[in-house]
Ligand binder design. Structure first.
Ligand code: PEP
Length: 254
């Protein structure tokens, strides 16, 4: 089962825009009965409940773009994992590079959030990836290894299969540039090796490993299928229901 996750980021600013988005999704999903994919939409949380109520399709699920690391308490402006769960979410993106860059999230905090998501039955979608500079300095493997190991520290072997790990190179986000399918495949193999070395996993307990960063209809075969990934995390293109669902169809049919 492949997965396509839409990170809508800080978009859909009005009721009119939201209504147009719902109409677009309704048209694109009409009569669709996906068997081989899950579609996950992660809108700004103000929209979560209405997304859940308005977009009805058995293959479509919802999630948050972030959660707080604590379950409850005095944390003005924050959203907890139980809130996401109770208002219709099943997934939580954690450690997105924009959170790391603009909100100083490090691997330790990502690790706390992953544990909090799991505790509340949310599937963590953990983002891992190198910057342009780290790539230029030949540090891709060490960066990926550190981010992955530190993000998963202390997580029980039996929980690992519930995670989704996203290889999302920071330089690829919103840039229109993507790694080659061979480069993505190499990272997938590296991640699988790190996971089997660290955790006691059988092959069918391997978490899904997906790709994110400038995924479009024209490159989805290369970045996802040819590289052997289990799905994609999509930013910009998730704002366009027709393009987004067309990408889902490629995964459904291949
Ligand atoms: C993202 O930010 O998670 C992302 C994948 O963005 P984009 O597809 O726009 O590169």
């Amino acid at each position: 089962m492949k997965i396509i996750i839409g990170n809508i980021k800080m978009n859909i600013v009005s009721q009119i825009e939201r209504e147009n988005y719902f109409k677009g999704m309704e048209n694109c999903l009409a009569g669709k009965n996906f068997k081989n994919i899950k579609v996950v939409l992660c809108p700004p949380l103000i929209h979560l409940e209405s997304f859940k109520n308005r977009i009805k399709n058995e293959a479509v699920f919802f999630g948050a773009q972030n959660i707080h690391e604590e379950e409850m308490g005095r944390f003005t402006g924050e959203i907890s994992a139980p809130m996401v769960k109770n208002f219709g979410g099943d997934y939580a993106i954690i450690g997105h590079s924009e959170r790391r860059k603009y909100f100083s999230e490090d691997n330790g905090l990502v690790n706390e959030k992953v544990k909090m998501a799991l505790k509340n039955n949310l599937i963590p979608v953990i983002c891992i990836g190198e910057t342009e500079e780290e790539r230029a300095n030949g540090q891709i493997k060490s960066v990926i290894t550190n981010q992955l190991l530190e993000s998963l520290d202390g997580i029980a072997d039996k929980k690992i299969s519930q995670l989704i790990i996203t290889y999302e190179p920071v330089w690829a986000i919103g840039s229109g540039r993507v790694p080659t399918s061979d480069e993505i495949m190499e990272i997938r193999i590296l991640m699988q090796k790190i996971l089997t070395d660290k955790f006691n996993l059988s092959l069918d307990e391997m978490p899904q490993i997906i790709y994110g960063g400038s995924v479009e209809f024209k490159n989805i075969k290369e970045v996802c299928l040819e590289s052997g990934m289990s799905g994609v995390l999509v930013g910009g293109e998730s704002l366009h229901p027709m393009d987004f669902i067309k990408m889902g169809e490629v995964l459904e049919n291949n």
